[in-house]
Ligand binder design. Structure first.
Ligand SMILES: Nc1ncnc2c1ncn2[C@@H]1O[C@H](COP(=O)(O)OP(=O)(O)OP(=O)(O)O)[C@@H](O)[C@H]1O
Length: 494
């Protein structure tokens, strides 16, 4: 049997013990030591590390077997191995985080079928190979999820469809709801921390960076600076207080990387300080708007809870106003069919062997902050309908103004210049949102009244005035739509 040495500095961690191929010997053997560094291999005389699964930020994960179970159950042994360049304070934080992972797994894992169970947590002191002081290691043993992480899945099968991404989103939202309701924040949601078991069930892994949210106040909820670049929102990167919406942001980044097959860094446009993911994929408006709101930079503008995102994804005849993200986050894009939303997986039905999911607690983990509208000045883009509506308004106005200027000044270079100037001003005002929404019919109505007054005074037939204005409006819509079409075709080709 092969046993893997867990000492980080071991030069030859693979050990072969033919006598352990015999099951009876394996169950009763006292201890085995690494032939290379002398490290005890059977951890707490129970767990047998077989191979290295991966090396994370604070340690290594090994596939192991539990020799005290009848079928030698597979499990994952995680070892705390902070990198050598940490100062004592950082080392303490790292050690605390590792212990917290154990605490959180113990509290949550046994109560949610999509969080691995904690089997054991123990320290181990062993003599250094070269003599002298002892080395101290911490081990955490947890349920082995036999499957692939979403990061691996993305590499093997390519970008996810909308339905597949929605499934991930809904399932992890359900897990996060449970985590948040139990006063914890995961703080490291990313594709490599979500695993799909061979049976199809998704699991949320790596609770090492989980931050317990206590009622004790802001300090307790502060970020310790442990996060994954690209997935962490600004408040976490700044080391400030974290919220449930901190996890929602990282989950949205995870989903857009799955949808587009691109790395988070490629999807972030630092020039406009926003996420530019819509140009790489087409999804339903509902999903796109929900993701955009989850991705807002300011926590109080995101959905405050996982439940609110779940609600926003649930089709309803009249979408709740909070679904619609501020216009600064909307990008012009083609409309597509509504999402085929798969039904949410009810965690309590997923595993008959697990106790049912506990009910969410009534008090939220952090005070839900009100959702403030985005500042008006930061809203340069608009939806297609808005754009075409604006074009109709501008064309209609141009038609009326042309009539008015013709009556007052005749057809001259001055009247044409004035027309171009006013129409340009109208386009600028709409673009800056100085006039929008209800302003448009008011401005249009006032212009129409003025032009009709001038026309009546000059005995100009009113139907002619109206027809030219309507034609100008329709022409502007057609030209704008044509430009939109050309723009999109070019964007696809490039
Ligand atoms: N419970 C588990 N079941 C199956 N495989 C696991 C489990 N936990 C971790 N792994 C595997 O071990 C690998 C290493 O996990 P670990 O949590 O130590 O680090 P990581 O997630 O890769 O990195 P980081 O700590 O930076 O997030 C993971 O990529 C995953 O493939």
């Amino acid at each position: 049997m092969e046993i893997y040495c867990t000492r980080p500095s071991c030069p030859r961690p693979q050990n072969h013990f033919p006598d352990l191929d015999n099951k009876a010997t394996l169950k009763t053997a006292q201890q085995k030591y690494c032939t290379s560094c002398g490290m005890p291999l059977i951890l707490v005389s129970r767990y047998l590390p077989l191979k290295l699964l991966g090396q994370g930020g604070f340690g290594a994960a090994f596939l192991a077997r539990d020799r005290y179970t009848p079928a030698m159950r597979q499990c994952v042994v995680k070892q705390f191995q902070p990198s050598g360049d940490l100062n004592p304070q950082q080392l303490q934080i790292a050690q605390d985080l590792f212990e917290r992972e154990a605490e959180v797994l113990e509290q949550l894992g046994s109560r949610h079928p999509q969080i691995p169970d904690l089997f054991a947590f123990f320290p181990l002191s062993v003599p250094k190979p070269q003599g002298g002081n002892e080395d101290q290691f911490f081990y955490l043993v947890q349920e082995f999820i036999d499957g692939q992480t979403l990061e691996e899945e993305l590499i093997t099968k390519g970008q996810f469809s909308e339905a597949e991404s929605l499934e991930v989103l809904r399932e992890i939202l359900n897990v996060l709801k449970f985590v948040h309701d139990n006063h914890s924040i995961h703080r490291d949601i990313k594709p490599s921390n979500i695993m799909r078991h061979k049976n199809g069930r998704l699991y949320l892994l790596d609770f090492g960076a989980v931050k317990q949210v206590t009622a004790a106040g802001a300090r307790a909820g502060r970020s310790t600076g442990i996060y994954s670049q690209g997935y962490a929102p600004p408040e976490q990167m700044a080391g400030a207080q974290v919220y449930p919406s901190t996890d929602l942001y990282a989950l949205a980044v995870t989903v857009i990387t799955l949808l587009t097959g691109k790395e988070a860094g490629e999807l972030y446009d630092s020039y406009s300080n926003g996420w530019n993911w819509r140009s790489y994929t087409q999804v339903s408006d509902t999903l796109a708007d929900v993701l955009d709101r989850m991705l807002l930079a300011t926590p109080n503008q995101r959905f405050p809870s996982a439940q609110e995102v779940i609600d926003a994804l649930t089709p309803s005849p009249t979408p709740p106003p909070s679904v619609i993200p501020p216009a600064s986050q909307r990008r012009t894009r083609p409309r597509s069919k509504p999402a085929q939303v798969p039904p949410p997986v009810q965690p309590s039905t997923a595993s008959p062997t697990m106790p049912p999911l506990t009910q969410p607690q009534s008090n939220p983990p952090v005070a839900a902050t009100p959702i403030h509208p985005q500042p008006q000045s930061a809203r340069p883009t608009s939806s297609v309908l808005e754009l075409l509506g604006g074009a109709a308004f501008t064309g209609f106005e141009a038609g009326l103004l042309f009539t008015a200027l013709r009556i007052v000044l005749g057809i001259s270079s001055i009247s044409i210049g004035l027309l171009i100037f006013i129409v340009g001003g109208l386009i600028f005002a709409q673009n800056r949102r100085l006039i929008e929404g209800k302003d448009l019919p008011i401005v249009g109505g006032l212009t129409l009244a003025t032009v009709l007054f001038l026309a009546i005074r000059q005995n100009i037939p009113i139907p002619g005035v109206m027809i030219s204005a309507v034609f100008a409006g329709a022409g502007a819509i057609a030209i704008t739509a044509l430009f939109q079409l050309i723009y999109r075709l070019l964007r696809r080709l490039l």
